[in-house]
Design a protein around this ligand. Structure first.
Ligand code: SAM
Length: 239
């Protein structure tokens, strides 16, 4: 997969060199480049922003540098991803969809965001997704790119040592994962649930399924709304 990230703060993306994303880059699974938007400016101050039409506080990112940047970096098979609090919520399903794209191009907004014509024009020549990390406002899109790239990269074949990790984790099957435990069996008076040490794989799978459902009902009942009225029972929980 090829990924280009465009930002006015390239240093913000330094973590993309670390850990498993860094390894995916070094092994060639991921080809990733970070670009400074100011490369596509032509004035002495390398200006990327201006005051908003219609008035109001803050500045808006001008369209020209973005347009020229996309002329250089994009092709019809590019998927432009624009982080914005006004976008669709970023989910595991979107991460899965993005992970099969041949080329992701991220446009990191700053200030009050990017002139809307940049997104409208890009949509005439490539696929565009506006995505939100959540219902809050950040300073810029860089952190959103780090989040999206973590979620996408771990889905690329060959990145995780054990691909089974992806099968039963939270959000892969519409429920949260059951709590996990490791050694020692007793720590500060707290025991690992007996069933996990029983060696009975059938019982362990059933316990994990039920605990995952109980946890989902407690923390994220919205994920179980499709079960309402179906008579589906979670032991000890009213759905
Ligand atoms: N004026 C914009 C609004 O109210 O929708 C907010 C602009 S925000 C200060 C600057 C940039 O941060 C955005 O262009 C976007 O790239 C990024 N950003 C802020 N919050 C975000 C969120 N929840 N999800 C994704 N990106 C976000």
């Amino acid at each position: 997969m090829r990924v280009d990230v465009v930002t006015i703060f390239p240093e913000y993306l330094a973590p993309l060199d670390l850990s498993l994303i860094g390894k995916a880059r070094r092994t060639g699974i991921l080809e990733l480049a970070v670009h400074d938007l100011r490369t596509w400016t032509h004035d002495v101050h390398r200006t990327v922003d201006d005051t908003p039409y219609g008035g109001g506080p803050g500045m808006v990112m001008r369209p020209e540098p973005w347009g020229q940047c996309f002329d250089d970096l994009a092709s019809p098979s590019t998927h432009l991803v624009v982080p914005t609090p006004a976008g669709a919520p970023f989910t595991q399903d979107l991460a899965r969809a993005f992970s099969s794209d041949p080329h992701l191009l991220f446009a990191c907004g700053r200030y009050e965001g990017i002139d809307q014509r940049v997104i409208d024009h890009a949509a005439t020549r490539m696929r565009v997704s506006e995505v939100s990390l959540g219902d809050y406002v950040l300073f810029g899109g860089e952190v959103a790119v780090l989040v999206v790239m973590e979620a996408v990269t771990r889905l690329l074949p060959g990145v995780l040592g054990n691909a089974d990790s992806l099968v039963e984790e939270s959000h892969s099957a519409g429920v949260l994962e059951a709590p996990m435990y490791t050694k020692p069996p007793t720590w500060r008076g707290l025991d690992v649930p007996e069933v996990l040490r029983s060696g009975d794989h059938g019982k362990i799978a059933r316990w994990r399924r039920e605990e995952g459902l109980r946890r989902t009902a407690a923390q994220r009942p919205d994920l179980l709304s499709h079960l309402e009225g179906t008579g589906f029972q979670i032991p000890g929980v009213d759905v």
